[in-house]
Design a protein around this ligand. Sequence first.
Ligand code: NAD
Length: 276
Amino acid sequence: MRIGFIGLGIMGRPMAGHLVRAGHEVKGYDLKEVAFGGRFATSVADAVRDAEVVITMLPADPQVEAVFPDIVANAPADALYIDFSTITPQTSRRLAEQRKRTLDAPVSGGEKGAVDGVLSIMVGGSEEDFQAALPIFEAVGKTYRLVGGPGAGQFVKAANQLVVGGTYALLAEAIVLMEAAGVDAEAGLDVLAGGLAGSRILELKRRSMLARDFTPGFRIDLHHKDMGIILDAARTAEVFVPMGALTAQLIAAARAQGYGSLDHSALLKVVEGLSR
Ligand code: NAD
């Protein structure tokens, strides 16, 4: 398929690379020139003209809203539009109201999941558009499900980020506790990873956290944005998420302390600071 791909950052670049390797003709665009294996376009308009599928993988609502008018104006009207960005459900719904064949398809799996082409993808939109998007999802993901109409993918992503943020906060507390007690935290985390406390986060991140290597990954700034989406989604659904609210405050503190551009595992620095 002919694909226009906007946003070639930590996630978008490897995803666009997988689409090229799967045999698609990909024109990519970002504010700064990026080598991804396909052709780099000169503008959003250049990337999406003649596209059968338009993809965005941008930081947040303002960036998606900024490029959307260019997509509407320049992409063929029947092109399928897949927004992989994590944004508010309300914005996803608004885009779907303004343009037919629009899917919200936020992802989970982190940079490693994008590089390995094994992302989890939660999709909101119509069954027909979901079916049409399967070759794209197959190239970048491993688990993909249609979870409801427009915006539904973003609600599932909010649930995902609730669990991810909370898990990091508790893992940070576990590390601080073990280190303060003078036990072998590395061996301790190996045992945790093999038991009921085990998780993908523990598996992928325990070594870098112990080494205080907070190279992103997923930036604190982006998780802060996601915590806002979660609290807003909870208000909309009229449910109480006290653990989520606490995690949101810890992530806000990480940002306020200047860690916004570090990986979200840098929550450890905040938790550590509270015990010093
Ligand atoms: P990123 O900041 O690395 O990449 C975003 C890219 O968009 C940047 O290269 C930026 O230059 C580009 N961009 C911004 N405005 C633009 C515009 N107007 N036109 C063209 N390009 C523009 O962010 P990321 O980590 O790749 O995350 C992208 C999205 O995926 C976010 O919504 C994030 O929440 C979500 N996400 C990230 C991860 C992760 O681990 N990094 C995991 C799952 C989901």
